[in-house]
Design a binder for this molecule. Structure first.
Ligand SMILES: Nc1nc2c(c(=O)[nH]1)N[C@H]1C(S)=C(S)[C@@H](COP(=O)(O)OP(=O)(O)OC[C@H]3O[C@@H](n4cnc5c(N)ncnc54)[C@H](O)[C@@H]3O)O[C@H]1N2
Ligand code: MOO
Length: 413
């Protein structure tokens, strides 16, 4: 049976994703100013407050004309010049000639076409055009062509990009209703793990430097959330308990790395259980990332969920992409799926028949859909990811996967 050493069954990755969706609740809604709304999840539909464009907009600098009156090389009187943002004087009889018009100006109702300046020869207040014929509404972006007043133009629950802010601004939203971003605390663990700035000469032979803290903190910065705290903890239950309790006040999710396997010095699960936490899942049939666990508390208002990533840096990297990002998306009701894409293997791959394998790969050639495995030296080897473009998902199966087979690929941040 596919179990952890403590006898619990390992859950499939897909099952764990559905458990996340069933167990965690989405964050509340708040109002954010337009300029602070970038990358947040929109929680309201945005409607056009008037027709878009609101008037027949000239799309070229040139001359506004009534198309039915058009004759090539005929001299037309230029009645006035119309810059964007202005109206022609009411005293001008527009049907007695054409007007010079700027891109972005509202074309008066008398006219239904704009001839670009490049097709015109101007002589004082007279103009002739060289084009053979013109068509109604040429070079005019017609009123309501983009949206009619009241029409929904951005649906709710999408992640806001700069162009969404442009759309919202154009219909008069100086602020938006968005999902509150989760505040995240990160803890790495381990007495052997020293600060990255420890000098080589000072580092003990049995010590290593902290690779996970900068990696996880920067991964958080790629997501729509707020890093409220980051700290390295020794393998000391009281210190770890205190730190987790303290972070509970300022976090909507706590992420730990390490100390979650089955060894004597792996304390996190027992600490969480003493604090009233229960596992949502603990142990996945994946490699790397097997010990990954999610705990939630019987008192979720006082104690945020805790996601425990394995300490091995490649496991933490993979589990962040595979598990933490779906959790962060779910907390904000961001329905975006992970950006899996299909790639083709250029070599034969031997799957793990008990655990779905996730492996670092790099693209071969320019098409970015042919991949090569990067040799794997255990999940402790972060060095092998240096040239990785992403990870592939290798299905659970006995038979080897022949070259040319399609596989799901997830880019790494
Ligand atoms: N008897 C068993 N032992 C292990 C099992 C198992 O099923 N039975 N699972 C293995 C797997 S798979 C993994 S993954 C690791 C995960 O263990 P932990 O999450 O408890 O992590 P640690 O033991 O604390 O550390 C593992 C490894 O990673 C290094 N590490 C930890 N933190 C950092 C850091 N911040 N920066 C760099 N490297 C770090 C640590 O020194 C260890 O070498 O358990 C297996 N064992
Ligand atoms: O799950 Mo561990 O992350 O396989 O090495």
């Amino acid at each position: 049976m596919n179990t952890t050493p403590s006898g619990k069954s390992l859950l499939s990755y897909d099952w764990v994703i559905s458990l996340i969706q069933q167990t965690l609740s989405a964050r509340p809604t708040q109002t954010t100013s337009l300029c602070t709304s970038l990358h947040r999840i929109l929680r309201e539909p945005i409607h056009a407050d008037r027709d878009l464009p609101p008037f027949n907009r000239a799309t070229m600098d040139g001359f506004a004309i009534h198309s039915a009156d058009y004759k090539p090389n005929h001299p037309y009187t230029v009645l006035t010049d119309l810059p964007a943002g202005e109206m022609p004087s009411k005293h001008i009889n527009l049907s007695s000639g054409v007007i010079s018009i700027a891109t972005g100006a509202a074309v008066p109702a008398t006219y239904d076409a704009v001839i670009p300046i490049e097709s015109a020869t101007v002589h004082h207040d007279s103009v002739q055009f060289h084009t053979e014929s013109i068509t109604p509404f040429q070079n005019i972006h017609q009123r309501a062509a983009d949206a009619t007043s009241g029409q929904q133009i951005i649906p709710p629950n999408i992640q806001l990009s700069p162009h969404h802010l442009a759309i919202a601004a154009s219909v008069g939203h100086a602020s938006l209703r968005t999902a509150k971003q989760p505040r995240i605390s990160i803890f790495t663990t381990g007495n052997e793990v020293q600060s990255p700035d420890t000098e080589t000469a000072v580092l003990q032979p049995m010590h290593i430097r902290n690779a996970n803290l900068p990696m996880l903190a920067s991964l958080i910065s790629t997501q729509a959330c707020h890093l409220s705290h980051q700290e390295h903890l020794p393998d000391h239950t009281e210190v770890m308990t205190e730190a987790i309790l303290k972070a509970s006040h300022t976090s909507d999710l706590i992420i730990t790395a390490g100390s979650i396997s089955v060894g004597k010095h792996d304390h996190i699960a027992q600490i969480l259980e003493k604090l009233g936490y229960n596992p949502v899942f603990q142990g996945l049939a994946v490699q790397p990332g097997k010990p990954t666990a999610l705990f939630h508390n019987t008192d979720p208002h006082a104690h945020p969920p805790v996601l425990c990533l394995p300490g091995n840096p490649v496991s933490a990297l993979a589990a962040f992409h595979l598990i933490a990002i779906p959790i962060l998306n779910h907390l904000q009701s961001n329905p975006s799926p992970l950006p899996w894409q299909r790639v083709w293997s250029t070599e034969s791959i031997t799957p793990n028949p008990k655990r779905e394998m996730f492996r670092a790969v790099k693209f071969i050639g320019d098409t970015r859909d042919q991949i090569q495995l990067i040799p794997w030296h255990t999940s402790g080897d972060i060095v092998h990811t240096a040239l990785a473009d992403g990870i592939i998902r290798v299905p659970l199966q006995q038979q080897s996967i022949p070259p040319g087979s399609p596989l799901p690929f997830l880019p790494i941040a």
